[in-house]
Design a protein around this ligand. Sequence first.
Ligand code: DAH
Length: 349
Amino acid sequence: MRTEEIKNTMLEELNHVTDLKTLNDLRVKYLGKKGLITELNSEIKNVPNEEKKAFGLKVNEVRTLFQSSYDEIKLKLEEEELNQKLASEAIDISLPSTKVNMGAPNILEKLIEEVEEVCMSMGYDVVDGPEIEEDKYNFEMLNIPKGHPARDAQDTFYLEGEEILLRSQTSPVQVRTMLKGKGEVPVRVICPGKTYRRDDDDATHSHQFMQIEGLLVDKDISLSDLKGTIDVIVKKLFGEDVETRFRPSYYQFTEPSVEVDISCFNCKGKGCNICKHTGWITIAGAGVVHPNVLRMSGYDPEVWSGFAFGFGAERMAMLKYDINDLRVFYNTDLREVKNFDRRELKNND
Ligand code: DAH
């Protein structure tokens, strides 16, 4: 009788279950260690012998009934739960998307990478140097002793007394590279990097700008090696039909020194705004490394010789991408940055 009672309440209760937690509670209530059905099993010893079999069958029936109803309800509840979850997480793909404002790689950086690539293809290493530099490397070991008038032209930012400064050129990396090379040849490096001078910022000047320094030291290096190397770089950057010309110049760390001009890639020499109607554009200073510089850095000028060059990176990028205000390289205005892509595409046409 008691078994029948348990069966009825059990069915009644299972009928009203609406969540998995209650369902599990019922499983414990009926089939747990001290569950009602489990306890029925232990009552069998009190049942008279002739009824034992019928009793056992009955209890088993209730247990099976519970188990099958339980499984069925569980499946149903789990499915409901999943459906609810899917419904609440549904994505409305008809909603308009939010526009992400995209920038573009900075073309000054791209130009530097291009120079790096062509130089690496000729066996050059790309090296780094400190922006906070010692006077010794920025000037003295480049053959510009204290009190030399050439120092005035560079309007240097001094940080501590007269010895520590923000480098006014990337040329000190030449010295550092040779000192590190300890007389080993060949030396073949380029160093793109930031430089600083006390300038008022405007469309063509900046207190901080980028140079790309180059240095090669080996045996029997002459001005014509320099010319050939510059030619390769320039043609890669501005086109195969662009020519280079050297004009005599003066730098303390090179002898002879030159200014590097390229034929105007825009008007092909006819004269335009870009070349100021001369047909030529200056893009670098360069020369044959001065014997004093080699000697001070541990290379015997009687045995070794070298050339060096220093490109103005902004100037080259401005020319290549038709930019007339160098401040655009350094601002983060997305309207301008976006233009970088457009300028590049135009350039590649
Ligand atoms: N350092 C020079 C400047 O800032 C540029 C330069 C000229 C670099 C001649 C060189 C060089 O390596 O050989 O004006």
